[in-house]
Design a protein around this ligand. Structure first.
Ligand code: FDA
Length: 311
């Protein structure tokens, strides 16, 4: 409950335009704890640095919920440029995108959904160069649409090219997992980062964590590729025991964490021989992502306040 009150407070304050203006103008140096830089080159540098430590990267161009066709197409072009930059690289090529970033809410000039038009361009290019594209999961009003679009895209491009994300805090998610099973989907399981109403999302952390374990175990037992995206050491330890007890191959799952969070744990798991990937965001549109990271952990507010006072 305390977690929820804290998250609600931070995300509500973050939604205030004056606070946004202040943090946007003074907070960039603080945001860099969680964001690799402004430009693609910064993010590629971060990928290569982590790769030397045995941790793979997931590139994420920051930006979401765009409201104009021009902006959506610009994001799509920039994501295509990431794939161009990754072509020929010796390490696994992996990007995360948000459908709302490339036009999920907009029609294309031909009357189709612009997000799908752009997703197809991105996935076609990804398939060509052997890259994997993860469709991040956003707030709950988008869940139905994102899952339906994911189903269509898996049908067209295959589960080896595209995956999506399920959030354990939503009451609906165990049903969603069951309904996707026929696709043998590659799923990232997260707890969920958005401010959601009590009618759709669990308010108690213990329940969210229990649901998280159930989702991961069910997906692993079904034999499908599973990205366990959490920094929660208790869950990670339980998953390690679960896979041992059930004879699940290490090639079927991986651990994923966010850039700038628990790098020690990322390295340690990599040294233990698990596949570990870090989600590496970059770009100028960092405010929403940064606010969600602050809302996840009370200690982060002090980190921001200290940084703002210094800056
Ligand atoms: P939890 O919040 O219980 O934290 C466990 C421990 O991790 C904390 O005690 C602390 O040590 C550390 N920690 C967690 N967050 C921290 C932070 N911000 N700063 C410092 N330490 C922190 N969400 C979503 O809704 N849609 C999505 O598509 C994704 N995608 C995604 C990709 C990847 C690779 C990851 C790791 C996470 C996401 N998320 C996400 C975010 C996710 O929903 C969740 O908000 C965060 O992972 C934090 O939850 P934990 O599972 O880490 O556990």
């Amino acid at each position: 409950m305390i977690d929820r009150i804290y998250r609600t407070a931070v995300l509500s304050v973050a939604g205030n335009k004056t606070v946004e203006e202040l943090v946007r103008t003074r907070g960039w140096s603080i945001a860099q704890r969680f964001v690799a830089g402004d430009e693609l080159a910064d993010a590629v540098r971060a990928v290569e640095e982590l790769e030397r430590e045995g941790v793979y990267g997931i590139l994420d161009l920051l930006g979401e919920m765009v409201t104009s066709e021009e902006e959506a197409n610009t994001f799509a072009e920039k994501i295509l440029a990431i794939l161009d930059a990754l072509e020929g690289k010796p390490y696994p090529k992996y990007v995360s995108i948000k459908l709302s970033q490339i036009g999920q809410d907009l029609p294309s000039p031909q009357g189709e959904n612009l997000g799908m038009v752009n997703a197809r361009r991105i996935l076609a290019r990804a398939r060509q160069i052997g890259a994997f594209v993860r469709l991040d999961m956003e707030d709950h009003p988008r869940t139905d649409q994102t899952l339906a679009e994911f189903r269509t895209l898996v049908g067209e491009f295959g589960a080896q090219t595209v995956g999506t994300v399920l959030q354990s805090y939503l009451y609906r998610t165990e049903g969603d997992l069951a309904s996707l099973a026929d696709l043998a989907p590659n799923l990232r399981i997260v707890k969920g980062a958005y401010l959601e109403p009590e009618s759709v999302a669990m308010t108690n952390k213990v329940d969210v964590d229990a649901a998280y374990r159930r989702l991961v175990y069910a997906h692993l037992k079904a034999g499908h590729p599973t990205a366990i995206a959490t920094h929660d050491e208790h869950i990670i330890d339980d998953v390690k025991r679960f896979v041992l007890a059930h004879g699940i191959a290490r090639s079927q799952f991986e651990f994923q964490m966010l850039y700038g969070i628990r790098r020690d744990l990322q390295r340690q798991l990599a040294r233990e021989g698990y596949t570990v990937r870090a989600y590496i965001p970059y770009g100028r549109d960092w405010y929403a992502y940064f606010s969600r990271r602050i809302a996840e952990r009370p200690a982060n507010v002090m980190f921001v306040l200290r940084g703002m006072l210094k800056g």
